[in-house]
Design a protein around this ligand. Sequence first.
Ligand code: FES
Length: 177
Amino acid sequence: MLARQWFPLVRADDPLAKPRQVVLLNLRLAVYRMPDGMRIGRDMCPHRGLPLSSGRIEGEELVCAYHGLRFGSDGQCRLVPEKLAPKTADCFRITAFPAVERHGLIWTCLIPEDETWMPSIPSSAGTSPLDGAISIFKLSIEPLGDSQKELALNELHRLLKEMAFGGMPNSLLSSET
Ligand code: FES
C-alpha cells in the first residue's frame, strides 16, 4: 500500500553534481540530474546490478562506474563498451520511477497509478517547501489505516531529515494530526 504513496526524495534545487542513493521503503534508488530534468531509477545497473549512484553524468548520459555502460534520459542504454560484445544496448534499461516537482521538492512513487491524483494545494497554503510537503502528504495519506499512516509519516520524517530539513516537528509525527 505504501508503495502507491508519493514521497519527496530531494530538494528540486539540489544541484546533484553526481548521482545520489536515496532509500525509499527499503528500496535503493539513484537520483540524478540530466540536462532535461531530474531522474529517479532503481540503484541497480541492469548490467551486473552494481549501484548506478556510483556513476557519473557526462553530457546527456549517465555512465555506470563499473563497466562503462551509458544510459540516456529515458533510462535506455545507448552504448555498451566494445569489450562487452556481443551484448548490445537494447539489452539494458534502467528501471525508472517518476520524478515530479511539487513545492520545491522532487517526489516519486514506486507503484504509480496516476500522478494527477497526487494532491495539489494552493501555494498560499505553505510558505516553505517543508510546509507544502507536509500539507500534501497529510492529504494523500487520508485513505490509509492508522498503522500505515504512522509508517508513512515516519518515512517522510526520515526523508526530510536527509534533505536537511531536520525532519518533521514532533507534533506532526502522529497520524492523528
Ligand atoms: S555493472 Fe554497470 S556497466 Fe557493469
